[in-house]
Every structure is written in C-alpha cells, then in structure tokens.
Design a protein around this ligand. Structure first.
Ligand code: UDP
Ligand code: MG
Length: 334
C-alpha cells in the first residue's frame, strides 16, 4: 500500500506494520511484551498511522519452554498476534531473519525488537514517523547504558569500537531494534550469506536512513540469552563476516617482521665480522617463541576465513519454518 497524505497530516491509506520479535525461552516475559506491543499497535491503528492489518509477529526460535504454546494462545485470542515456529534453535540473527523474510511479503514496514522489553516500545512512534518522512531504515540507538552492568557496558562499547577498527562499519550502540521498509527487506533478501550479522549488513543496503535514540531498559524478566561466550562468538562472527582487514593486518605484520629480520641480519653480520660470534641463547629462544606464536595466530585468523568460505559454499538454509500462524482471507485462523 502506498502512503498518500491528505492535507493536515491525516493518512488516508495507512501502511501495514509488522513488529517482529524473536523469542527463545521467553515465557516469563512474553505476556508483558505482548500486552505492551498490543497496546502500542492499537494506539497506532487508532490514530490511523498504520493499517488494521498490522501484526505482532513472534518468532519461536526452538524454545524449550512453553513459549510457542503461549504464542499460539495469544494468536487464538487476538488476530493482532501472529507467529512463526522454527524447526529448531538457530540463534537470534537467524530467527530474526526468518521473521523479517516472512513479514516481507505481508507488510509495508517492519520493526524488529527483542522480546525482553529492553528496547523502549515508545520509540516505535518516532520510527514510524521517520518512515513516513521517507526513511527506509530507521536505527534504534541506545542513548546510554546506565542500566547495563559495568562489565556489559565496557565489553559492548569495546565491541563497537573494535568492529569499526577492523573495518566492519556498524552503527554505534545500535543493536537489532530497527525499522525496515519492504524494499529495504527486499534488498536484505539478496544478501545470501549464511554467516549472518544483520547489523553489519543492513547499512550496506543503502536508501535513506534515520536514527531514533532511546533509553535501554533492563531485561524485564528472565535471563540474558547472550552469555560472554556467545557474545565473543558473535563479535568474531561480525568481524570475519564483514571485513577482511584482519588478513591485511597479518600481511602488514609479515612486512614488519621481515624488516626487523633485515636489521637483525645486518646486526648479526656485523657481530660476526667484529668477532662476537657467540650469540645469546635468550634472544634466539625469544624469537622462536614470538615468531611461532605469530605464525599460529595468523594461521588461525586465516583458518577462520576458510571456515567461513566452507560454510558459505554449502549454502545451507538459514532457517526452516515449521508453521506460521496467521489468518485466512476470510478472517479465520489456521
Ligand atoms: N534469542 C533468540 N535465539 C537465541 C537467543 C536469543 O531468538 O538463540 C532472542 C531472545 O529471545 C531475545 C533476543 O534474541 O528476544 C535477545 O536476547 P537477549 O535479550 O537474551 O540478549 P541480550 O539483550 O542479553 O544481549
Ligand atoms: Mg536483552
């Protein structure tokens, strides 16, 4: 549906919004999330900013608890809720992609957010406004990390800095709370990579983008599904799937060590000619360890990339959907 503004800012034909929420073992927080999102959606529909066909789409990422049962029940109670059930746990990024790709064919605009209510639901209004002003992508950016623990704050901000240093340009302090128009999603669909790091890919799509800042709250209930180990893996994924700069740094390092070895060569020859041929054991041992370590590290980095290539060439599906909850044309649910 196309946006046609009437004079005075009243929208004649409003666009269909899908709010996509990946959920993994979120039964504790889901009822509250659903309540708030529903209230938000109803207000927006009431204001005629979005179409009554708009939906909240929960993606169940292979939860082991009652998350899917909860989603099914909510869908039965209100047609505002729809659901996508993945065949197994595929991780946040893949679950989100599954939701976005399902919503792409049904919505004019989508907003993705976490299930734990850390993203401020009230930022949705500003995002939708920017969409109507012509933005295809609106990034939700955290204004501060007051509610995060000191450790999370430093590791997370360090992560954004490291990402940019290594050539993966991500929007600072933006996670996966963002609005995307249908054509932006169609752009995203053409990025076929299996190693998925959405917040790095989205800026590559182009179009006009905007930002909305919000205060990130604490997780409403339940535990973080991103312990340190997963966070590190995610950071590594981000870097290696977006940038080959680490390999270039290795080349630079190689040149540097070569230059040092040239200097050492001259030094050794001079020592030889002046008669000091008994070289120290310490310097030899040190260089063996240092060079050995560097070689292993470099091989490891290159190995990471080869691993990526291996996974990409297989081109396995990024997600498989077991079922989708939605209404038929005549309003009945399946
Ligand atoms: N999530 C998911 N699959 C997973 C892990 C997490 O769909 O394997 C979802 C989770 O339900 C939540 C979002 O991803 O909606 C972000 O997870 P979480 O809030 O635990 O991460 P944090 O905010 O602590 O980084
Ligand atoms: Mg969270």
């Amino acid at each position: 549906m196309q946006y046609k503004p009437k004079q005075g800012g009243v929208f004649v034909l409003s666009d269909v919004l899908y709010i996509v929420v990946p959920c993994y073992n979120e039964e504790e927080v889901l009822p509250e999330t659903a309540r708030r999102l529903r209230a938000k959606l109803e207000t927006l529909i009431g204001k005629r900013k979005i179409s009554p066909q708009s939906r909240i789409m929960f993606v169940n990422d292979g939860s082991k608890d009652g998350t899917w049962q909860l989603i099914t029940r909510m869908h039965d109670e209100s047609s505002l809720f729809s659901g996508v059930d993945l065949t197994r746990n595929r991780g946040h990024q893949n679950a989100l992609l599954a939701g976005l790709m399902t919503a792409k064919d049904r919505a004019d605009l989508t907003i993705s957010m976490d299930a734990d209510l850390q993203d401020d639901v009230d930022a949705v209004d500003a995002m939708v406004d920017q969409y109507y002003e012509g933005c295809d992508i609106v990034y939700g950016v955290r204004s501060s990390r007051k509610t995060d623990t000191l450790f999370k704050r430093y590791t997370a901000e360090g992560f954004y800095r490291l990402m940019n240093l290594l050539g993966a340009n991500v929007v600072f302090n933006h996670a996966d709370y963002r609005l995307m128009s249908r054509r932006a999603l169609e752009g995203l669909a053409q990025f076929r990579e299996v190693n998925l790091f959405l917040r790095g890919i989205v800026p590559l799509i182009g179009y006009r983008s905007g930002t909305v800042t919000y205060e990130r709250a604490e997780r409403f209930a339940g535990e973080s599904k991103y312990p340190l180990k997963k966070m590190l893996a995610f950071a590594l994924e981000g870097i290696t799937s977006l940038s080959t700069r680490p390999i270039r740094y290795i080349v630079g390092l190689g040149f540097l060590i070569f230059a040092v070895s040239m200097v050492m060569l001259i030094y050794i020859v001079v020592r030889y000619l002046t008669g000091y041929t008994v070289a120290g054991w310490a310097s030899v041992a040190c260089s063996v360890w240092a060079i050995g370590g560097l070689i292993l590290l470099s091989l490891g980095v290159i190995g990471e990339y080869i691993g990526k290539i291996y996974l990409e060439t297989k081109g396995r599906p990024r997600f498989l959907i077991r079922s989708i909850l939605e209404e038929d044309e005549d309003g009945k649910t399946d």
